[in-house]
Write a protein that binds this ligand. Sequence first.
Ligand SMILES: [Zn+2]
Length: 432
Amino acid sequence: MATLAITGGQLLRPDGTIARADVLIDQDEGTILELGDDLAGTGDATLDASNALVTPGFVNGHSHVAMTLLRGHADDKPLDTWLQEDIWPAEGELTPEDIRVGAELGLLEMIKSGTTAFADMYFEVPEIAAAVDTAGLRARLGHGVVTVAADEAAAREDAQTSIDVARELDGAADGRISTAFMPHSLTTVGEEYLDEFVPKAREIGVPIHYHANETTDEVAPIVEERGMRPLAYAAEKGMLEPEDFVAHGVHVDESEIELLAEAGTGVIHCPGSNMKLASGMAPVQRLLDAGVTVGLGTDGAASNNDLSLLDEARDAAMVGKLETGDASAVPAEAVAEFLTHGTADAIGLDTGRLEPGAAADLAVIDLDAPHLTPPHDLVSHLAYAAAAADVKHTICDGQVLMRDREVQTLDERAVCDRASEHAAALVDRAAE
Ligand SMILES: [Zn+2]
């Protein structure tokens, strides 16, 4: 058994309190063996965490990781215009190799900002899975289905691809990859395809993940056509089960909040993307008060524009206060949960808690910085003051993915250079 000791740090415990503790990891099993006062010298290898906060690796509940290639390509437009004028034309030109390269860039950024697990909706998913395998993270991956504007054969093939990908990749990368069926949204996938393919997802036993109630433009057509709220429609289609999770949930009314709470379906809050696209403010405190499992996601890099969950955490707290007019809403403790086990629970991955027997997925945050001084309250620092560049070490499944800011599993310079080349060629092709 190979072991790794992380020594000298302050630990974020599952109950949200902070305690001085070392961590001993079984690297073969990828689990935490022991937490203790003095485990220095007990591991085959050691990582220094003195003057550092040791937290569970952060969990990103909703991303489109290969969209890093479109970061900064088009900004400052509303969702519909942005998608139709800029994003979809460029995405139409993406090759499988582009997606591999874009995913590697996204995963590099995730490792450098302390993220060890994420849920991702995109296409060419085997390319993303290969990048995850190499980079060493944990993920729930799925193929996003869009049937509007497609003929019936193409639409059915797209939906079948999402089922096939979910079946074939589940358990890949030594079990670090899980999957889901991912219809893009309730307005971009036709009802007949939901009727046919939702039962297939249930047959193979994977969750369903989709965008819901992101903008008012997504809510109004469903209310007009069906005389019901979008999430009532989702429930009718069998898409509101405890293992399912929706992205955004910005424009949800009280009846939908109740539905989510009763169903146990998770909501992934993406405040950065919602603010940038002026989509609105999700009623996060009301979701929490109702008992809904809330997670945090960055959404794609083209609408954020970075993949750092520490930025997202601060956004979540700030927008939660603004939305309610109450400074006590979405407090630092809630945000610390969003970063860790809250989101892990929402997307159904067994991570996000530092305790014996749990997955050895950790981030070590260097506190030796002016903006993290003085150390009155480290949970406050995590929510309001820490930044991606403060993450010193990242560990997933017991493996060190980043040591002293040096990523171990990807060649940072080569990944960035390749991504810039591919992104420039992609934008040129889209403009032709
Ligand atoms: Zn999204």
